[in-house]
Design a protein around this ligand. Structure first.
Ligand code: ANZ
Ligand code: ZN
Length: 817
């Protein structure tokens, strides 16, 4: 018998598998395709971190398990290497991002190869290669042609440190997600992708997709659908009506005042006459959105009066910073009795609080707002109606109201005033604008399908598809300029071009696109990397997509996972694919902590996967990582924990040399089938930790001389976790020709796993009233049913309330009556 030396066998098998093409399914011919995907790695300069390794391993185990179930598994890999992250690091290092990326990518590759993942390297993609980003640019053009991309001047989030704009989702509590610098607001001309056109579909499809619940919930909140009504309030004097959005039109009889945002026209008008209003607006508009939300109770009376359309009463109009300018018309009807924020505002400023909904239809004493549904009071002909019903009735009744659905989701801003990304494939042409007739100009102006450069109008001309890629030029000086002009704007060779339509002198767009666009469609490219003339091949895509199982971090809920869904829906509506959702199944992996804390460089508690693999081998590292806790919840890392896994693997290794062709005992056989059942079900639901525990338990049940029939299935079951060791045993120790990953997963015999019976003692109020035979392992509910059905306790429980049921597993049940 040889000693188990993981580091010696692992490299050997990695090379052999690659040579045999074991993990390269025939993408055209595969019978039973299974697309197993983990999130696109960004090749950071620090290299693969333990969180990556954790997620990838969990995904890989699932893939190997599917493979052993007979599926043709495709598990591809690539690098999301464009983006500010890499560029910022390059700036810090004083290195060109291109060189940096080459270096970090090849380092990442080496690390991935050591981790024993069953990856198909022959379909690798890299977002920074023209052969990839040509299709990212193609995708942008399709979106543009289908009215899903537009240029507009808008207030955007500007990070003064990263010197670029950011998407809303990249601003966390008013700060840049990357560098924590406070974000400023700037008016800039930018390209947007109209994800909001899909708000309803993004929201409603959530009901039907098999995704981690927490991620669905985050998406739902981010989309922020609210149903209510748009209501107009007349304003006294010659001023435009105030338009508000409310989710509770049923409370309109209780709207005792209104509040507008400091940016609202009416507030601006009031400021002209009233110094106090002016002062208030000035201080409010100098604050960030976050700060403004904190000071909810501050505000000033504008002096304007509005008319409540339901009561006909005059109500005051206030201005306060808690009302957001860009939502629901920038004004609200305040109902202090039923909205806590309005309640506090009314108390602070002595405004009327009028109750119009109560739980039972009786007025109550209000210490705080009653925000629930209920029965209408003080609402004239709508009194006694259920508030849910009244919501629609009142909206119907009011001439000034219309049902409306609002979404919080905003369009996806993709322009980046940076260097390290794919140029947006657009040309601006003055001649083409001038060539338009009046009607065309009018139409373009309506759709804002033009741009203004130095005061002149330019037509927007998409680069023809056959001219793609628009290559990112190599530039020594790629530093961001800190202005609205991107580095490419200083490269005359790049900027000045010929208009593809009219041949006149024209200018290229100089912003690059957000790297989240690169990663919004990469899984379409993987199976089609061999396809030169299309982004993805129709037949191959039909065979392999949607992705069967996608695994990655929940932190991508609002960005990556939302964008992939949007792009997939858009491609579906362009009739390029026949599905709306990109991933049949998505599961978020948990996080690994150390001593209960998040790992971070600054805390110095980072675990390097390379060190672990060098010391314990990939198999042991993989198995240990999965043993730390439920995969979807994560766990706490401690190096001491690894030795238990080392001993466990070593035990399997040693047993494999001693197997005999005998039959297992009955007891062993039952234990085996129980183990197969448990391990199979646990892997299916990603409960890898308990699957490993079940295998350990099974090992302990084995007695005497090990039978091959008892060990072989165990080696197959450990194979997804410890692939190299399992392969070594299978091929070298046991002399099989073909890989263990071409074998089939063990099956269990249902009849063999029936638990033994036990005697269930039945008590009532602690006195024994009978006993029956029951199957071991039954639940409390099952035991309760059996006991009640047995007829043994009827006398004691009939016509009595069972207050409590106490159950001691495999032993007794006691009813307290
Ligand atoms: C009256 C009312 C009565 C409201 C009530 C709530 C409860 P969602 O869409 O879920 O966020 N609102 C509307 N526009 C706003 C703005 N620009 N800034 C701040 N608040 C705004 O909630 C919409 C509700 O938020 C609206 O319904 C409005 O207050 C407030 F018992 O109108 B409600
Ligand atoms: Zn032109």
């Amino acid at each position: 018998m040889e000693e188990y030396k993981p580091t010696q066998i692992e490299l050997k098998w990695q090379e052999e598998w690659e040579k045999e093409g074991l993990y390269q399914p025939d993408l055209k011919e595969a019978d039973d395709p299974f697309y197993n995907l983990f999130m696109f790695p960004y090749p950071s300069a620090e290299g693969l971190h333990i969180g990556n390794m954790y997620a990838f391993t969990g995904s890989d185990i699932f893939g190997r398990f599917q493979r052993l179930q007979g599926k043709d598994v495709f598990e591809p890999i690539g690098f999301d290497a464009f983006g500010i992250h890499s560029e910022n690091y390059a700036l810090k290092q004083d290195e060109h991002p291109k060189e940096l990326t080459e270096r970090t990518t090849s380092h990442f590759e080496e690390q991935l190869k050591k981790a024993g993942l069953s990856l198909d390297w022959s379909h690798k993609v890299n977002t920074t290669k023209p052969s990839y980003y040509q299709w990212t640019q193609w995708l942008f053009l399709q979106l543009y042609k289908n009215d899903l991309a537009e240029i507009k001047t808008a207030p955007v989030n500007w990070c003064p440190s990263c010197k670029t704009v950011l998407a809303d989702a990249q601003v966390i509590q008013g700060e840049c997600e990357r560098c924590d610098t406070e974000v400023e607001e700037k008016e800039l001309k930018q390209w947007f992708l109209k994800i909001t056109e899909y708000a309803e579909q993004l929201d409603s499809n959530l009901e039907d997709i098999d995704w981690s619940e927490n991620v669905k919930k985050i998406q739902k909140n981010w989309i922020g659908k609210s149903e209510g009504a748009k209501i107009e309030f007349k304003v006294e004097g010659d001023f435009d009506n105030l338009e508000v959005f409310t989710t509770r039109p049923d409370t309109i009889f209780g709207a005792t005042f209104m509040v507008v945002a400091p940016e609202h026209e009416l507030a601006q008008e009031a400021a002209k006459k009233d110094e106090k209003v002016k002062e208030y607006i000035n201080q409010a508009t100098n604050k960030s959105e976050e700060e403004r939300k904190e000071k909810e109770k501050s505000g000033v009376d504008t002096g304007f009066k509005a008319i409540n359309p339901a009561t006909g009463e005059k109500i005051p109009v206030w201005v306060s910073e808690f009302v957001l300018a860009h939502y629901g018309g920038g004004a609200i009807m305040a109902v202090p009795a039923h909205d806590q924020r309005d309640f506090e505002f009314a108390q602070e400023h002595n405004l009327e609080i009028k109750e119009v909904v109560s739980p039972e239809g009786e007025p109550q004493e209000l210490d705080e707002a009653y925000e629930e549904q209920g029965v209408l009071i003080n609402s004239e002909q709508f009194n006694d109606l259920d508030s849910k019903e009244a919501k629609h009735k009142i909206t119907d009744w009011l001439e000034e109201a219309k049902e409306e659905v609002n979404y919080k989701l905003r369009d996806w801003l993709i322009s980046r005033q940076r260097y390290w990304g794919p140029p947006i494939p657009i040309v601006y042409c003055r001649q083409c604008w001038q060539n338009k007739d009046e009607e065309q100009k009018e139409k373009a102006e309506e759709g804002v399908d033009y741009t203004v450069i130095d005061g002149d109008k330019y037509a927007i001309v998409p680069v023809p598809e056959e001219e793609l890629p628009v290559k990112l030029p190599e530039m020594e000086n790629f530093k961001p300029t800190g202005t609205a002009k991107a580095p490419l704007a200083h490269n005359d060779d790049f900027v000045n071009t010929e208009c593809p339509v009219c041949g006149a002198e024209a200018q290229r767009e100089t912003d690059v696109s957000d790297n989240f666009l690169d990663s919004a469609w990469y899984f379409f490219r993987y199976p089609s990397t061999d396809v030169g003339e299309e982004a993805f091949d129709e037949k191959i895509t039909k065979k392999w997509l949607p992705v069967d199982m996608y695994i990655g971090g929940a932190e991508h809920a609002c960005l990556h996972l939302m964008y992939t869904r949007f792009i997939t829906m858009a491609l579906h509506d362009m009739r390029l694919i026949d599905f709306e959702e990109p991933f049949d199944k998505f599961r978020a992996n948990g996080m690994i902590t150390r001593n209960g804390a998040k790992m971070s460089k600054s805390k110095g508690n980072v675990v390097n996967p390379d060190d672990l693999i060098d010391k314990y081998g990939a198999d042991c590292t993989r198995t240990y990582l999965m043993f730390m806790g439920p995969f979807t919840e994560g766990g706490d890392f401690s190096e001491e924990g690894i030795s238990g896994i080392e001993r466990f693997l070593d035990k399997i290794w040693r047993l494999s040399f001693k197997v005999e062709d005998s039959d297992p005992s009955d007891k062993e056989e039952r234990a085996l089938h129980q183990a197969i059942k448990k391990v199979t079900e646990d892997i299916e639901s990603l409960k890898y930790n308990t699957a490993i525990a079940a295998m350990m338990e099974y090992l302990n049940e084995l007695e005497g001389k090990p039978s091959r029939k008892a060990i072989e299935p165990l080696v197959k079951m450990i194979a997804p976790f410890a692939p190299h060791m399992a392969e070594e045993i299978w091929r070298e120790v046991w002399g099989n020709d073909e890989s263990i990953f071409k074998q089939s997963w063990p099956e269990f015999d249902k009849d063999l796993i029936k638990e033994e019976d036990f005697t269930l003692i039945i008590q009532v109020n602690g006195d024994v009233r009978g006993q029956i035979e029951a199957e071991k392992g039954i639940s409390k509910e099952e035991a309760k049913q059996l006991a009640l059905d047995s007829g043994k306790v009827d006398k004691w429980v009939e016509n009595k309330d069972i207050k409590k049921t106490v159950f001691v597993g495999d032993k007794l049940i006691n009813f307290v009556v």
